[in-house]
Each structure stands twice: as structure tokens, then as C-alpha cells.
Design a protein around this ligand. Structure first.
Ligand SMILES: Cc1cc2nc3c(=O)[nH]c(=O)nc-3n(C[C@H](O)[C@H](O)[C@H](O)COP(=O)(O)OP(=O)(O)OC[C@H]3O[C@@H](n4cnc5c(N)ncnc54)[C@H](O)[C@@H]3O)c2cc1C
Length: 413
């Protein structure tokens, strides 16, 4: 059975790794590199070569997560991981002092934590674990029910708004379970940790590609069209190459899937029209050497620094705690002025996981495997992170290659 996988992000590569034992696999990727949203850049820190992430960079420092299990199966052990404090500072443009300055190693315990600290902690205590909430509950119902004061509300909305590239006003429409997953740690005391890869998150994609024994991976080949032929599909790429496959795995965001599939499948009467309900937002990131977007007082800097401005919020990640240097990764999508000394930029699209998206992905789930067509990716399950991408790949593999010995490496759902 020949399987065509479109997209060599985490979801596409994990799918290939899981099913290649049982299937003849070809992975076709439009960019010239594997990794999708995991994009790393080579740099220098403290006189030695170092790698900085431009896109996806962190996972939970949780030894039982699917991501950690996958890394272990690929031989990426603790020597290659870096657990760093997940500290947070929230500021508002034009206000002299931050709204919230969370704990951070070395920061004085008696430092003023800002006007939102107590109310944010109380909100998060009352909201409880994200898993307490059904995916369909909008975050707005928690905000309305628990009524945090305006400063605390800004903090609670800022991180999801920044991560998903949406205005603060759109955050109430997000799934409460998803929004809470991202804000849970913002007022943790003591500070929690997140896990980075020393070689950059793109290294996971390299490790996966390196472990493929039989699957073919082609980069720099955008798939332009997918045709239905009998029970299978033919993929046509930009170089004019055509691949006939029995099963098709679309490991690309739904807006790309919409462009590729025949209109008869995705149009107003098509069975896959649900793909139209996944609305992405553009995001632009830069690696730079200018602390322009951080509080003037360095003692307030955190690993994650969020600036609220113009009804939006944007993140600056400070690499000091992980790499020991003042290198910054900032979202630049809506800033009025770019930082000085920019060393790399990259553009992405993010999917705000609203309650409507939750409904859409349930509908998509019911279509999985129908007409030998499968969807893998962050949009299909969970909070839209790398754990989601891995879980989605495992779900596809359980249908295509249920006997694959590699499935045993990943926790069963
Ligand atoms: C800026 C940013 C930062 C993030 N940070 C984190 C983080 O720190 N931690 C975390 O867990 N998650 C993070 N995420 C979420 C992230 O989306 C997932 O972690 C994961 O990387 C998504 O993998 P994926 O395979 O589902 O999709 P993608 O990574 O989007 O992969 C899709 C692939 O399909 C390819 N493609 C598109 N069109 C075509 C075509 N026509 N033909 C062939 N190939 C095509 C793309 O080039 C891409 O390689 C972040 C997301 C963004 C946007």
C-alpha cells in the first residue's frame, strides 16, 4: 500500500516514521527544509555555537508526555534537552511598570509582582485544571463568571492573543480548556519549567527524517493539486512530478488542504467543506539583539515577556535564561517599529482554537479515513501544539498501520 504524505512538519514526519514499517511512504514538503513551524537558526552564545528557535521552541518539561516519549525513541535524551524557567512578565505600552512580574530564579522574592498578580492567581485557582473544562466551553464564560479586574483580564487574554495572533477582544471565543492550558503557568509560584532542545526544535524533524528507514522525503516540492483516481489519489507537485498513492495524508493546515483537494470535495456541497471553518492568523517573528520591547528595569525581564498594545499582545522571548545571552525572539506582526539588529525573520500562520474550531475538528474527525483520505496536524486535536501534532500522527497510524511496532513508543490515548 502506497501512502502519500503532504507536509514534513512534525505531524507529517511522525506519521511517516510510524507507518513506514507497513507502507510504502513518500513525504512531499514545499519548503526546502523539514520541520514546518519548527524552524531553528544557528548563532553564537558566550563564544560558542548555539541554536535559537524562530518558531516552535518549547514543550512541557514532563517526562510522561508523547513528545518526550518520541524524543526518547529517537535517541534524543536529556543531554540534548534544556529545561528552563517558564517565567512571565506582562506590560502595557505606555505604562511605566509591568502588570505582572512572575517569579524567576535570582529575582528578589520581595519584588513587587504588579497590580494584576493577586487577581490572576485567584482567577487561575478558581478556574482549576484545564481538563476540568469541556472543549466547547468558551473562555469568555469563565471571564464573565469569575470577573477578574481589567488589569488581570488583560494578562489572562494577552498570552493566548499573542500565541494565536488574534486581538484581545477575540480571546473570549477561544476554547476555555485551550486558553487555560496556555495561561496556567503565568502566575506559578514557584516558577514551572519548560523544555527546549539544545539543537533547536527543528532538530526533532531532522531526528525523525534521519530515522526513516524506507520512506522517501522530498523537500522544495510544493504539492499543487490532488486528483481523485479510483480508490486512490495522484499528487502533482510544482516540478511537474506526479505520484499515485492509495492513501493520502494531508499533514498541512486546512487552508492548504482546501487549495489542493478537488472543489467537488470541499465546495459548499462537498463532504469536506468543514475544512473552511479553520481560520488562521498571520504571525511574523524575528530573532534580534535589541531589548526594545522589554521593561526598562532588567530585573523585571522573564523568559516570556508579553506587551499589550493597540488591543493586541505580542511576545518577546528572552534567551538569557536558556543560552546566557541577550538574544530575543519577538513577534513583530503588529509592532509600530521593528527592533534594531535583526538577525533572522520568519512568517507563520496560527490557528486560534475557538469553540467553533472545536466543532469543526469533531466534524473532521468523523471524516478521517473516508475515501482513503486522512488529516494529521496540530489543528485536529488538543491545544494546537506539538503534542497535538504527534497525537494526530499516532491516530492516523493506528488506522493505516495498526501493527506498527513504533506505535508502542507513544502513550495510548
Ligand atoms: C510561531 C509558532 C510557534 C509555536 N511554538 C510552539 C511551541 O513552542 N511549542 C509547541 O508545542 N507548539 C508550538 N506551536 C504550534 C505548532 O504549530 C506545532 O507545535 C507543530 O509544529 C505543528 O506541526 P504540524 O506538522 O501540525 O504543522 P506544520 O508545522 O504547519 O507543518 C505543515 C507542513 O506542511 C508544509 N506544506 C504546506 N503547504 C504544502 C504544500 N502545498 N505541499 C507540500 N507541503 C506543504 C509546510 O511547509 C509545513 O512544513 C507554534 C506554532 C507557531 C506558528
Amino acid at each position: 500500500m502506497r501512502v502519500g504524505i503532504v507536509g514534513a512538519g512534525v505531524a507529517g514526519l511522525v506519521t511517516a516514521w510510524l507507518v513506514e514499517e507497513a507502507c510504502d511512504v513518500v513525504v512531499v514538503e514545499s519548503r526546502r527544509r523539514v520541520g514546518g513551524n519548527a524552524r531553528s537558526a544557528a548563532g553564537f552564545a558566550g563564544g560558542a555555537p548555539a541554536v535559537f528557535d524562530l518558531g516552535a521552541q518549547e514543550i512541557a518539561a514532563d517526562d510522561s508526555s508523547p513528545h518526550t516519549a518520541l524524543l526518547a525513541a529517537l535517541g534524543v535524551d536529556e543531554r540534548h534537552r534544556l529545561d528552563v524557567p517558564s517565567s512571565h512578565t506582562f506590560s502595557v505600552a505606555g505604562r511605566p511598570t509591568p502588570l505582572l512580574v512572575g517569579p524567576h530564579p535570582g529575582r528578589p522574592a520581595d519584588l513587587d509582582r504588579g497590580p494584576a498578580w493577586a487577581a490572576v492567581r485567584s482567577f487561575l485557582d478558581d478556574a482549576g485544571e484545564p481538563s476540568r473544562w469541556d472543549w466547547d466551553v468558551p473562555f469568555g464564560s469563565l471571564l464573565d463568571g469569575l470577573s477578574p479586574p481589567p488589569d488581570a483580564r488583560d494578562v489572562l487574554c494577552a498570552l493566548p492573543a499573542a500565541l494565536f495572533g488574534c486581538p484581545l477582544a477575540d480571546v473570549p471565543a477561544l476554547s476555555a480548556r485551550v486558553a487555560l492550558t496556555y495561561v496556567l503557568g503565568v502566575a506559578a509560584d514557584p516558577v514551572a519549567e519548560v523544555r527546549l532542545l539544545r539543537g533547536g526544535m527543528e532538530g526533532l524533524a531532522w531526528a525523525l527524517a534521519g530515522r526513516l528507514a524506507a520512506a522517501e522525503v522530498r523537500t522544495g516540492c510544493p504539492v499543487e493539486r490532488v486528483e481523485r483516481t479510483g480508490d486512490g489519489y495522484v499528487l502533482s507537485d510544482a516540478a511537474g512530478r506526479r505520484d499515485a498513492v492509495d492513501h493520502l495524508v494531508l499533514a498541512v493546515p486546512p487552508p492548504v488542504a482546501l487549495r489542493l483537494l478537488p472543489a467537488s470535495m470541499t465546495g459548499p456541497d462537498g463532504g469536506w467543506r468543514v475544512l473552511r471553518r479553520f481560520a488562521y492568523r498571520p504571525l511574523r517573528y524575528a530573532l534580534h539583539l535589541d531589548p526594545a520591547y522589554l521593561p526598562a528595569d532588567r530585573s523585571s525581564w522573564s523568559t516570556t515577556n508579553v506587551l499589550v498594545h493597540d488591543g493586541r499582545a505580542e511576545i518577546t522571548t528572552w534567551y538569557g535564561p536558556s543560552h546566557g545571552v541577550d538574544v530575543f525572539k519577538s513577534q513583530l506582526t503588529h509592532r509600530s517599529a521593528p527592533p534594531r539588529r535583526v538577525v533572522a525573520t520568519s512568517a507563520f500562520d496560527a490557528l486560534p482554537v475557538t469553540t467553533d474550531v472545536i466543532g469543526a475538528r469533531r466534524a473532521l474527525d468523523r471524516l478521517q479515513g473516508r475515501e482513503n483520505l486522512h488529516f494529521a496536524g496540530h489543528h485536529t486535536t488538543g491545544s494546537g501544539d506539538q503534542e497535538s501534532a504527534i497525537a494526530s500522527a499516532a491516530a492516523v497510524a493506528r488506522r493505516l498501520a495498526p501493527g506498527s511496532s513504533r506505535l508502542r513508543h507513544l502513550p495510548t490515548p
